[in-house]
Design a protein around this ligand. Sequence first.
Ligand code: KE4
Length: 429
Amino acid sequence: MVSKTGSNQQEFDRAQKVLVGGVNSAVRAFRAVGGTPRFIARSEGAYLWDVEGNRYVDYLGSWGPMIVGHSHPLVLERVRDAAGRGLSYGAPNVMETELAERICSLFSHVERVRFTSSGTEAAMSALRLARGFTGRTKILKFEGCYHGTADSLLVKAGSGALAFGQPSSAGVPEDLARHTLVAQFNDLASVKALFDAHPGQIACVMIEPAAGNMNLILPQKGFLEGLRALCSADGSLLIFDEVMTGFRVALGGMQQVSGVVPDMTAFGKVIGGGMPVGAIGGPAAVMEMMAPLGPVYQAGTLSGNPIAMAAGLATLELISVPGFYDPVVARLGRLIAGLREAAQAAGVPFSAQQLGTMAGIYMMPKVPQSFAEVMTQDVERFKRFYHRMLEAGVYFPPSPVEAFFFSSVHGDAEVDFTLEQARIAFRDL
Ligand code: KE4
């Protein structure tokens, strides 16, 4: 049982005495928006409740996983059922096979899967696999893209690393960081220049095919296709990090939306339904370089954990129902249009866009197309908007460089409430 709690501030003061920054993931500490993080007591449907009993319409969705909302009855039922058969075996169980079969059926290039316990592990393992498969050392990523916290990837990264002004983390040896080449999202010339400078040396290009960690930035027409061609020509592996976009932008992720097929994909978030899961997927020829079949080592005590598999399977079952996405996307579209109208009525320079069931809001007149552009938004105005909405009971991700997330249980009532509060929040912003 949770011990008796105090106010959010009291719990934050207490937490900071034993947890670094009072949190277990940096971006939760509200450093990008200021103020006191909300300590969540429970969640259900489209809502969170903090320890003071305040209710919020939740657009964080645990940073993406909660696409069918919190505490979905079917997900809880399957988790309870699995828990009754044991919490962890450290040995194969059939649900791992079932979830891997689902993923293989949805992603044409995926013939083999390896589950991990986080998106970080998935991206890190995909990177090691690419280096092991190609025998090459260099990797290429994009400024503002975030792939979790593996050393080689914490170079000009997005998400909290960007929000806190440390896109290239301390503690990553220069000897390692120099093998991470950095290009600009939507700038194919910056990618080609690096391939020209390092021919036959780049093991992989890792990208969020739609960026969600420098806020939502969509790939311009031809950009992903261009990456595909450059990688194929150079023998470099194209890795889509779909930890966030997978199952969010469509059931088949950005590869379904764009038609561009990568050589490997990193998954996470939605496939765990709120439980700790990541995964790598790719062709057998590449994946079978991984232990126990090949020389690239990879392992994890809780990888394929039965409770996590049960939550993931239940979530995928729910989102695979024909017609699941259309109403969710349409309702999110109404929210986006309403936010634009509210800002315009208040004369606030604002823009917003959606991609499937995820979206971005920007305190700038035009939707940004690049890292450089998104960094010109009015952060102080975002902070004011953020806290006005939070006080009004609407919980967006606590950062101007994060996408936000909708769910199948955000109904018209939640959209109407959010728009009502936004009309007030935009006034004299
Ligand atoms: P995790 O290790 O946090 O499960 O996944 C890392 C990761 C990898 N790739 C992409 C595209 C991601 O978005 C993420 C994690 N996303 C952040 C939110 N922008 C997680 C939130 C947090 O760090 O607490």
